[in-house]
Design a binder for this molecule. Structure first.
Ligand SMILES: [Zn+2]
Length: 1149
């Protein structure tokens, strides 16, 4: 099994194992005006905005512990564009200095021959904390339950037993998913012992998330959910709050984690998997410990102390010092005859400590500790002692604890050795570090650092960029589960508040367990072998089935919420019992875990009416062209006021040679209130009814094959036209008539054109696997002239379907490009590109499929990607790094910015990998199919590809300010329009169908047609990350304020140099502050308290922050709770909502 094999992902960097394919043949590939709108009004807004900013509140700042003692008052620097923070080390600058030559360092292969003179510890002796740990993946080669039954259950019991035997023994534990599982099985005595050990400091919970989450693919919404779920369980069950985070296995590290952890009250964090060349250069300057600061943080409120481990792995051979052949001899579970399968691969076995050898062994180990210590500034040293699924038996625990204790006793008894060694927790270590920093503050200061640690390489040219894309179908399901959970949480909160008077059995409380289970499923999948796509096939299926079942539960719940919220007027304060659970059904049917959801269709006969409800989970009203499938083409749509609405009918194309579908798509424009519901009705159009029949779309076909038949009742014209184009009133997309690919983007009003060439290409790989991307040379285009092009045009939606001509009978990717007409819609500014991908055939083995966009923007080597959907970061494509190392995670966004300020953005609803290998070009990998294992322990390739759709929203923008304002050092953030496009893509509307009714029944129905809970839209730059009841059945008891609800807000950082087009009815925080008491129409809300993002800490000092809310303003008795937040910040508020008491009565300050 891989956890105990030398080729494990957590395995050894064997000195004698040169990588079989050490040298990549691949070289970085070198392949291949717009409009300007200056709005005078803009200037006035600028001035108003600047004035408003000056009025923004003054913030109190508390910084992490001993690093900074005093709290001081600072005014965060906020402006139109964010300003870059001041740091000692900027990762992008550091990359410029590294040569990436992988020079052989000898015993420490990726470093150098470490030496010391011996007098380093004369003044301050070496203090070593040996930290025993066991890394338990919640699913990888086994499912989480299999691991639990086979190993983790025993490990947790072993730890408790071993620590109880000797107070000097310590341990740390990370994953709450396993601890919660064990807690259900453990005896009362074991639980008592566990709590005792935690309280007396022998056992520390580090991180305390549900899992140790991936940091590349995971979205910040899900990271907050997964840590909060673990932390709350921990606090409520064990009664402890974690302060130190431990991330030894995620494949690269994101500053978003540093930010979120800080805002959760963490003081210190540890990371491991960073590029070996980065480790080396940081170790050279003793900069492996640093203060991690966000790149946009001018006030230094995001500072968190970070320890980076120096070596190849977190196993014992790579943690005691630089020489694995020595360190391995101090892994006593590798003792021959111990019962463990694993031996030291360097040829030297461990030796049991005896009186005869204790001196020699102690000095040998201390020599490693000293060498390791020279890589850090302080004389306090951290030495992890563990590996995957270790300490499984008491024999193993005894071997480690007893032999080490003998060594410790020897060293500690000999003052000449100038060292003090002991078992410790992470807390023990960080406390000692902070004490030392305090004592030596005159000569000792840790550097500050900004930036990230992608893309990770562990050796030679082995870059871990493959996992940005592996199993993309499930990466997509992950995000569907996220937005569905968020949407369900909002409905849960609102219906709970409306139904408050109905007692403890009221709707929606019976759904509490289902919601919690869905939250835990989402949390589980954030594990670094979950959303990464790096688990065995059967484990992937296990995750997928759990997500599928969670989605079904959430949809069922939402459908019932719709019935409750629209039925409020039916009996007094509301119909808070669900009479008919099937009154509404979700339009999307999740039939199985591994397939795309099936859309239900509307099927009517005359005089029948289909009620359709849209739920908008966003914090702003949404105007959008929507679509449902219908059986008949002679239909029409009316709104809730029974007024006719313009609609369009188009064929539903299927992904086959003939495209033949038997259903039709009905499009119309809706307006749905923020976090609300809106009803529409579909009928069969009859002469007598006063509705506008849907307009039948025109269809043009280029290069039709014999298989293609025109579906009735449409008219398909074959045309000899020289251009293929679609347009709305803002955007015109032009396609090549030869191959059907996108060719250019025109601003329809100004006539300006930007070249935008689309291509679909394949990489061939020789060593790619679930983790690694290792291509042979460049990607090759697979598209040749010919190929079927079908253009569908109507008043609301125009699209170009291209089935490219390729070497295969059916192309592995077909593409639908769309523009929408719409009045005042964000949608009308962008182009929608949907790629249907099927990398199913063995013909695609060891191939990786990309889509490429080449613009004529002059971008040099620079492009931008997002990190966790939270922030954007500048990327540099570097020739000294192989192609695969120039791939970066793209959880939701990538953009290019030309020297003249024009910007091309690509918004995504799932995480993928992206690169810009040529000036003006962006490529995104869509899927990968790999026969080989990439030697990181998984033991298989990736061949379980699924048919899927990948959707991008494309946007072209031009800078409306004078160019010098875009200073090179300005952190680039999306425009407001880009943020809104991203939000509408990632938090889409949910559609529900009522039962088929007769027209007369509809008129008589008591159901309300609109539900609009918000009194005002939130400002456009304020995103509701979540509105939820974290613990519906017990939360109020566990908080000091009795608040039941939580609102988490994110004030977006946005770039004001871009057109504020799409600003329709769009105010910003600076325009008008939010008074939290006025958020809801019928519900009274009172902000009880700001909270840390994990909902644990109520004192803002605990999470490095700032008093941002609860600021009272207004005149006289009209108190307000104004929400003040600096751009980029995320903030949680605990509050209460109640119905019908009247707003004034709650203001009892
Ligand atoms: Zn792991």
């Amino acid at each position: 099994m891989a956890a105990s094999s030398a080729t494990s992902r957590r395995g050894n960097l064997l000195p004698r194992v040169a990588s079989p394919s050490a040298k990549s043949k691949a070289k970085p590939r070198r392949r291949g005006h717009l409009f300007q709108e200056v709005i005078l009004k803009q200037l006035r807004l600028l001035v108003l905005f600047a004035l408003a900013i000056i009025l923004i509140a003054i913030f109190k700042v508390g910084l992490p512990g001993a690093l900074h003692h005093t709290s001081r008052v600072v005014t965060p620097v906020i402006g139109f564009n964010l300003t870059e923070s001041q740091v000692d080390i900027k990762m992008s600058d550091l990359y410029d200095t590294i040569e990436f030559k992988d020079i052989d360092g000898g015993a420490w292969k990726q470093g150098w021959k470490v030496q010391y003179s011996g007098d380093e510890w004369d003044r301050y002796k070496l203090r070593v904390f040996v930290v025993p740990h066991s890394h338990n993946d919640p699913g990888w080669l086994r499912t989480v339950e299999e691991y639990y039954q086979e190993r983790t259950r025993r490990i947790l019991s072993t730890i408790v037993h071993a620590l109880r035997q000797d107070k000097k023994r310590k341990f740390i534990w990370e994953e709450m998913s396993y601890l919660e599982r064990w807690w259900r099985d453990a005896s009362e005595a074991e639980k008592r012992d566990f709590i005792t050990l935690v309280k007396n400091g022998q056992l520390e919970i580090v991180g305390g998330g549900w899992v140790m989450n991936d940091e590349a693919n995971s979205h910040y919404y899900a990271i907050i959910e997964q840590i909060t779920e673990g932390n709350l369980w921990l606090k409520n069950t064990v009664g402890v709050i974690p302060r130190n985070a431990w991330a030894i296995d995620p494949f690269g590290h994101s500053p978003t984690m540093a930010y979120l952890l800080r805002r959760m009250g963490f003081q210190n964090m540890l990371i491991q998997r960073t590029h070996y060349e980065v480790k080396k250069v940081l170790a050279r300057e003793q900069n492996l410990e640093f203060v991690w600061r966000q790149s946009w943080d001018k006030s230094n409120t995001t500072d968190i102390l970070c320890h980076m481990m120096p070596f190849y792995s977190y196993d014992i051979p790579h943690t005691c010092g630089p020489e694995p052949a020595i360190c391995c001899q101090f892994d006593y579970w590798r003792l021959p005859g111990s019962g463990a399968a694993q031996r030291c691969p360097w040829g030297y076995d461990p030796q049991v400590i005896t009186e005869d050898n204790v001196k020699e062994r102690s000095e040998m180990l201390l020599d490693q500790y000293r060498k390791k210590s020279t890589l850090y500034k302080t004389n306090t040293l951290l030495v992890p002692l563990g590996d995957d699924f270790r300490y499984i038996t008491s024999a193993e625990a005894s071997l480690q604890f007893e032999n080490y204790q003998k060594i410790f006793d020897y060293i500690n008894k000999h003052p000449k050795l100038k060292a003090e060694v002991q078992f410790g927790t992470l807390e023990d270590y960080f406390k000692a570090i902070r004490d030392e920093l305090d004592v030596r503050k005159k000569d000792l200061k840790l550097p500050t650092l900004s930036g990230d640690f992608f893309t990770y390489a562990d050796r030679v040219h082995d870059y871990w960029s493959g996992y940005y894309v592996s199993r993309p179908f499930y990466k997509s399901v992950d995000r569907v589960l996220e937005e569905t959970l968020r949407a369900a949480d909002i409905l849960f909160s609102l219906s709970s508040a409306y139904c408050q008077a109905h007692g403890p059995d009221r709707f929606p409380l019976p759904f509490t367990e289902k919601i919690r289970s869905a939250r835990r499923t989402l949390a589980l999948f954030q594990h670094h072998d979950g959303v990464t796509g790096t688990a065995k096939n059967h484990v992937v299926v296990d995750y997928a089935q759990k997500m599928h079942s969670a989605l079904l539960d959430l949809q069922k719940f939402m459908a019932q919420s719709v019935a409750v919220l629209l039925g409020r007027s039916m009996s007094g304060q509301g119909s808070c019992t669900v009479v008919n659970p099937d009154m509404f059904i979700p339009e999307k049917e999740q039939t199985s875990y591994g397939v795309l959801p099936i859309r239900k269709k509307v099927d009517l006969v005359s005089s029948q009416v289909q009620r359709v409800i849209f739920y908008n989970p966003l914090e702003e009203d949404v105007d959008q062209v929507v679509m449902v499938l219908v059986e008949q083409t002679n239909v029409c749509v009316v709104g809730s006021d029974w007024k006719p609405i313009e609609s369009q009918i188009s064929p539903e194309w299927r992904n086959s040679k003939d495209l033949a579908g038997t259903r039709h798509r009905l499009h119309w424009q809706v307006h749905v209130p923020a976090m609300g519901l809106q009803t529409f009705f579909i009928f069969v159009a009859q002469g007598s009814q006063s509705c506008k029949p849907a307009q039948i779309a025109d269809i043009k076909v280029f290069h039709p094959t014999d298989a293609f038949t025109c579906p009735p009742p449409y008219k398909c014209s074959q045309t000899e036209e020289k251009v293929v184009e679609i347009q709305n009133e803002r955007v015109k997309l032009v396609f090549s008539v030869q191959d059907g690919l996108l060719h250019s983007w025109k601003d329809y009003k100004s006539g300006n054109v930007m070249s935008l060439k689309e291509d679909v290409a394949l990489y061939s790989s020789y060593g790619s696997g679930a983790y690694l991307f290792k291509p042979v040379g460049e990607a090759r285009s697979i598209v040749s002239p010919g190929g079927l092009i079908v253009v569908t045009q109507g008043p609301l939606m125009q699209e170009v379907l291209t089935q490219p001509k390729t070497d295969w009978s059916l192309s592995p990717a077909s593409r639908m490009a769309r523009v929408y007409n719409g009045i005042d819609t964000v949608q009308s500014f962008m182009a929608e590109m949907v790629y249907h991908v099927e990398l199913l055939d063995h013909a695609f083995n060891d191939k990786e499929l990309i889509v490429l966009f080449e613009t004529d923007l002059d971008t040099g080597n620079t492009f931008f990607t997002d990190l966790n959907g939270f922030q954007t970061i500048s990327r540099e494509t570097r020739g000294k790094i192989p192609l695969q190392g120039n791939y970066y995670p793209m959880p939701s966004l990538a953009f290019l910015q030309g020297s003249e300020g024009h910007r091309f953005s690509l918004h995504s609803r799932q995480s993928l990998g992206v690169a810009s290998l040529k000036s003006g070009a962006l490529e995104v990998m869509l899927d990968r199919r790999l026969t080989r294992d990439d030697e990181r322990g998984l033991g298989q390739g990736v061949l379980d590809n699924r048919p899927m759709d990948v959707t991008f929203h494309l946007l072209l923008e031009s800078n409306v300010t004078s160019l010098p304002s875009i200073a090179a050092s300005t952190p680039r953030v999306p425009s407001l329009l880009s943020h809104r496009i991203l939000a509408q893509l990632n938090y889409p509307m949910h559609t529900f169908f009522g039962n088929i009714e007769n027209a007369s029944d509809v008129q008589a129905s008591h159901l309300q047609k609109t539900f609009a809970p918000l009194a005002v839209n939130f400002p456009c730059d304020l995103h509701v990350v979540s509105l939820k009841m974290p613990e519906p059945l017990g939360f109020s008891a566990s908080t000091s304020h009795g608040a039941e609800y939580v609102l988490i807000l994110h004030r977006r950082g946005w770039d004001n140099s871009y057109c504020r087009r799409g600003q329709m009815q769009c105010r910003t925080v600076a325009d008008e502050q939010v008074n939290a008491q006025d958020i809801f129409v019928e519900l009274d809300s009172s902000i009880a308290t700001p909270s840390s993002l994990n909902l644990i800490h109520d004192s803002t000092r605990d999470f490095g922050y700032i008093e941002i809310s609860g600021r009272k303003g207004g005149k006289g008795s009209e108190h307000k709770w104004l929400i003040d937040m600096a751009p980029m910040e995320i903030q949680a508020f605990k509050f209460d909502m109640s119905l019908g008491k009247g707003k004034q009565s709650l203001q009892d300050d």
